[in-house]
Design a protein around this ligand. Sequence first.
Ligand code: MG
Length: 348
Amino acid sequence: MKTIDVKTGRSYQILIQRHMLDQAGAYIRPLTKAIRAVIVSDTNVAPLYADRVRQSLIDNGFETSLFVFEAGEASKRLSTIEKMYTHFYEHNLTRTDIVIALGGGVTGDMAGFAAASYLRGIDFVQIPTSLLAQVDSSVGGKTAVDLPSGKNLVGAFWQPILVLIDPETLSTLPETFFRDGLGEVVKYGCIRSRSLFERLERENAMDFIDDVIEECVSIKRDVVEHDERDTGERAILNFGHTFGHALEKLTDYSGMTHGEAVAAGAILLTRISQAKGMTESGTAQRLETLLRKYNLPTSVDFALPDILAATRGDKKSTGKSVNFVFLKSIGECYLRKIAIEDFSSFFG
Ligand code: MG
């Protein structure tokens, strides 16, 4: 078992172990006095794993119930949260009970937000089952839902009491979902770990995926511990995301997965910064080769001015400027604010 301690305002552990779903209840039990546990999952994941998690909770003395919503980003909205609250109420969930998020990023974000807000906050556990959720979204305590006007506009910082990662769940993941997570994996190599990047070059990620998860989660833990509320250093996790979010917006959130958009955003920005002498030469070529190896996009169908226009509305923008993450070299990054009025001269 790999154990990673996260020391945020409320500390917790991330446990990585194959076939752990059947022991979920045993790991959760010592951390809570809860009588009831609600498992939140979607229509893809619940049929695969909910019974196993539920049985382990029952074996450890929990009364359980299961809330299942339609899989997909379209469900990530307040109306689903309201149905969740109703389920919690009807199943007599009290302030000392718990919510278990079993699924990918959408499930974790929504179950986390419902837990953060129901009765002004109850405990929750993350059991991420997609690569994206295992390496990224289940760690750090960001929870959210989308509004019609944009993604993740309503949410809360709410740390889980435990994160249980069973890499075995990745074996049932369709290839596009695996690729989605790899976009974030490559990002972690780029910003903080040359050794991870080089191992991804040399070997096949799936062959050492448990190590990949551990390394990405450790990097995220280090960054989040320094900046839990996302007011400074945490912005480096946004490498590739500024253009990536713009690309997601331009394709109506359906043309490419989040990880693909991040990959395309990363290579696009790195080509520009390298040409300007802000990034060690050769970096963009190496990144491009790696993205190609993992079937991630290396070009986009949009002109730079359109991407820049879509970037102005980014949530991370301060209105007057946008905080970009640039690579110094593979494994090293830095932040630089660029004023929107300077966009055309900088990117021109
Ligand atoms: Mg991301």
